[in-house]
Design a protein around this ligand. Structure first.
Ligand code: FAD
Length: 317
């Protein structure tokens, strides 16, 4: 069966949900091999087994993650030695950069922001607010396919994962750029934005940073994450790292609730592949309604607290 490499997204061995989704898809396409780079494999091993990685290529050298291009060197070396049918990574900024460098080194093509992979490694991307579906194939080398989180449902299918240690000689070019510090983001207790199945986002219609508590309360009632439009982050009402859109995060949750957001093209670029979109806006002409599956025309300060109350009544958390 064709080997499919899956680059593991993890935080010191704490494997991210998107990797489980990629392993699940890789099982449809061939035989998944996890590529684990950095410290923490002992923590990750059981979950990689649970989700069916037949093999795990492990590079746990402490310094590998210190170099911006270190992971790319490992991936490029594995592509050359294992000759996989494809490489799957998340479409996160770091994974995209790793995939791009490794693809270049192996003379391969790369596609990103993928929402589905069909037979023959045909990648599907939804563009222009989901109005256009693009299907593309890589025509050179090994396909590097960067997939958005939440594109596939993760299902367990336990396997005996065979560990294979990989050592790599980092090139001088890679050693030219070193990471000197990493600062952990302060966690809010809510799901991470790019991993969340449910996101409630607030825009300029919120009127102030304090009013974001309304959005947070709905997100907490639904067990979701909180996002914001650029108008809201530029105004200093919400942190920039939670901005969704062209110059912010790209998300694809099961449910996206846009509160007081007009639906500018740059915002849509970051959330248009959400499975179900709900818009709450007092302007019935707001462009967000063109994209929404469900819309409420009304004052968010009335609608959102009522919705939160209803959610709490129906499913107390
Ligand atoms: P507005 O467009 O001002 O909309 C506010 C909405 O709130 C209105 O529809 C209004 O009817 C509604 N509203 C007001 N009060 C209430 C109320 N009480 N109840 C209900 N509804 C109410 N934007 C992003 O979001 N993300 C990006 O990554 C991004 N990148 C950009 C990159 C570039 C290069 C450029 C030029 C722009 C970018 N923008 C981005 C900005 C984008 O063009 C819009 O300006 C921005 O998305 C608008 O945010 P908004 O919808 O919150 O505000």
């Amino acid at each position: 069966m064709a080997e499919i490499l899956v680059l593991v997204e993890h935080d010191a061995g704490d494997v991210k949900k998107v990797t489980l989704e990629l392993l699940t898809k890789a099982r449809d396409l061939g035989e998944p091999s996890a590529v684990f780079i950095g410290p923490g494999y002992a923590t990750a091993e059981s979950v990689l087994k649970e989700y069916g990685a037949a093999k795990a290529y492990v590079t746990d050298a402490e310094d590998i993650a210190s170099y911006v291009g270190g992971a790319a060197d490992v991936l490029a070396q594995l592509v050359q030695s294992a000759q996989p049918a494809a490489v799957l990574t998340a479409a996160t900024p770091v994974a995209r950069e790793t995939a791009a460098r490794a693809a270049l080194r192996t003379g391969s093509g790369m596609l990103t922001d993928i929402v589905d992979i069909e037979d023959g490694f045909v990648a599907r991307q939804d563009v222009f607010g989901g109005a256009t579906i693009v299907r593309s194939v890589v025509t050179s080398g090994t396909p590097f396919l960067c997939v958005r989180g939440n594109s596939f449902e993760a299902h367990a299918a336990p396997a005996e994962t065979v560990r294979e240690d990989v050592t790599v000689e980092l090139t001088d070019a890679v050693k030219a750029a070193k990471v000197v510090d990493r600062v952990s983001e302060v966690k809010s207790g809510r799901p991470e934005l790019t991993e969340a199945s449910i996101i409630v986002s607030g825009g300029r219609g919120m009127g102030s940073g304090e009013n974001f508590t309304i959005v947070e309360e709905l997100a907490d009632a639904l067990g979701g994450a909180v996002g914001a439009s650029r108008a809201a982050t530029d105004a200093g009402w919400y942190p920039h790292q939670l901005q969704i859109g062209q110059t912010g995060k790209t998300v694809s949750p099961q449910l996206y609730v846009a509160v007081g957001i007009s639906g500018a093209i740059q915002h849509r670029a970051g959330m248009q592949t959400s499975k179900t979109i709900v818009a709450i806006n007092k302007d019935s002409e707001a462009p967000i309604f063109e994209l929404a599956d469900f819309g409420v025309v009304g004052d968010l300060f009335t609608v959102v607290p009522a919705l939160t109350q209803e959610v709490r009544t129906r499913s107390p958390r």
